[in-house]
Design a protein around this ligand. Structure first.
Ligand code: ADP
Length: 433
């Protein structure tokens, strides 16, 4: 039996026991009070009947009642209860007893009585309380039977209900175990139309993301190994050739230059990985300052002066932007680098700045290979890269983190085969004129 089913049964039993205890308490307290009041009324009516029959001269001894009639001179028994009469007379001063009440018979039984003061004398009628306790006993028996019948009916019902209820949960439990073992195809289809179904959908989403991350990570390890391996083997082969004297003296310089280039490449790779980790762990502190936007863009374009770049800065030369100049330069460089990398040689690349309402939009546009629609969001993720990239897929994730830290909106529009544009927006809170 599952833990949830056990819990259901336990809670059901607790509820039933509370109901039974409460009903027994209520019945023994309120019902006995109600029943006794009813009995006192009956006894009073009997007193009146006895009085009427004495007045009418009919024989009151035949009335179905036990009691006494006390006149000035004597006491008479009513009905067949002599013992009760004797005991009552013995234990009570007749003038001091109330209109109604109880007294104990010397044999141990309890009696209810009602008193009626008449012109003939005092009439007191008794009745044994045995009936009242019998009545309460019956009620308790009925309640216990209902409880037992409830158990008999509900426990199998709860077992079936519990099983139906726990089945989808157990399925999800198994699915999460499978996912933790790397099986992302685990079946977690649930159609209960409630929160459990919603949970299964969330789990499905989570699994999809995990699977993507897992495959990106796997690709990354493969890429990193590959990207490290090539420069490392170039460095090793060239150094070995120089050491063994296989390289003519006039070419040593050239070989050394290649080695330095490869070392720089490795260094950049490691720096990128470290920088992205810092950014994503919020350990990167922006060096915020006011800098001139026009000069900043000019110097960015100058770095690519050997490339065909059209630029159009239709903006005031006095705009000051509040940001981390070096970090934003990295963003522009990355956008231009990619535009060059993913465009045919000598195709046009544009860097232009537009003012829209109070926003300044900086865009890098190319006429290159473009990006498929379904990938347009993926490109900002770590390690995502095109097969012809030659990079590590870390450039755009770094840009994305830098722009997020600045609170600048950013994005990309692209059509496969027609080109792409990458932009970021400086809102009016971050610049002054
Ligand atoms: P990398 O350039 O090292 O591949 P990025 O993070 O800079 O890494 O870019 C990730 C991917 O985004 C690229 O591999 C490419 O698929 C796509 N991409 C980025 N810029 C462009 C562009 N201008 N045109 C087409 N694809 C692009």
């Amino acid at each position: 039996m599952g833990k949830i089913t056990k819990k259901l049964i336990k809670n059901f039993l607790i509820i039933m026991i509370v109901i039974i205890v409460l009903s027994s308490f209520i019945s023994s307290f309120f019902l006995s009070k109600f029943y006794m009041e009813n009995q006192f009324t009956q006894l009073k009516i009997k007193c009146e009947n006895v009085y009427d029959s004495i007045k009418d001269g009919t024989p009151y001894r035949n009335i179905d009642a036990n009691g006494i009639l006390i006149t000035k001179d004597s006491a008479y028994s009513i009905g067949r209860s002599r013992m009760a009469l004797m005991s009552f007379l013995h234990n009570n001063d007749i003038n001091s007893i109330k209109d109604k009440g109880t007294f104990n018979h010397p044999m141990g039984e309890k009696y209810l009585y009602s008193r009626l003061d008449t012109d003939i004398g005092i009439i007191v009628i008794f009745e044994n309380t045995k009936l009242t306790s019998d009545y309460l006993r019956v009620i308790n028996i009925v309640l216990s039977t209902v409880f037992l019948m409830g158990l008999a009916v509900f426990i199998p019902f709860i077992l079936i209900f519990g099983k139906n209820f726990t089945r989808p949960i157990l399925k999800l439990q198994k699915a999460s175990y499978d996912i933790s073992k790397g099986n992302f195809k685990a079946d977690m289809t649930i159609e209960t139309g409630d929160e459990i179904e919603e949970l299964s959908l969330s789990l499905k989403n989570m699994t999809k993301r995990l699977e993507e991350k897992y495959s990106l990570q796997r690709d990354f390890i493969a890429n990193v190994s590959h990207d490290f391996k090539t420069p490392l083997s170039i460095i090793r082969n060239y150094s070995e050739a120089i050491k063994d004297g296989l390289v003519p003296l006039d070419e040593v310089k050239e070989y050394s230059k290649d080695i330095i280039e490869e070392v720089d490449k490795l260094n950049n790779l490691v720096m990128d990985i470290l920088e992205l980790s810092k950014l994503q762990e919020n350990k990167f502190n922006l060096k915020l300052e006011n800098f001139n936007l026009y000069n900043f863009l000019n110097s960015s374009v100058n770095k690519f002066k050997n490339e065909v770049i059209d630029f159009n800065f239709n903006i005031s030369k006095d705009i000051l932007v509040y940001g981390d100049k070096a970090a934003l330069e990295r963003v522009i460089n990355n956008f231009i680098d990619n535009a060059i990398k993913f465009s045919p040689n000598s195709s046009k690349i544009e860097l232009y700045v537009k003012c829209n309402n109070d926003d300044i939009i900086i865009t890098v546009k190319d006429n290159g290979i473009g990006i498929e629609d379904k990938m347009i969001d993926e490109i900002w993720n770590r390690y995502y890269k095109h097969s012809q990239s030659g990079g590590m897929g870390l450039g755009l994730p770094i840009c994305s983190e830098i722009l997020k830290l600045h609170n600048f909106r950013y994005g990309a529009n692209s059509k496969p085969g027609l080109g792409s544009e990458f932009y970021f927006i400086i809102s009016k809170d971050y610049y002054s004129k």
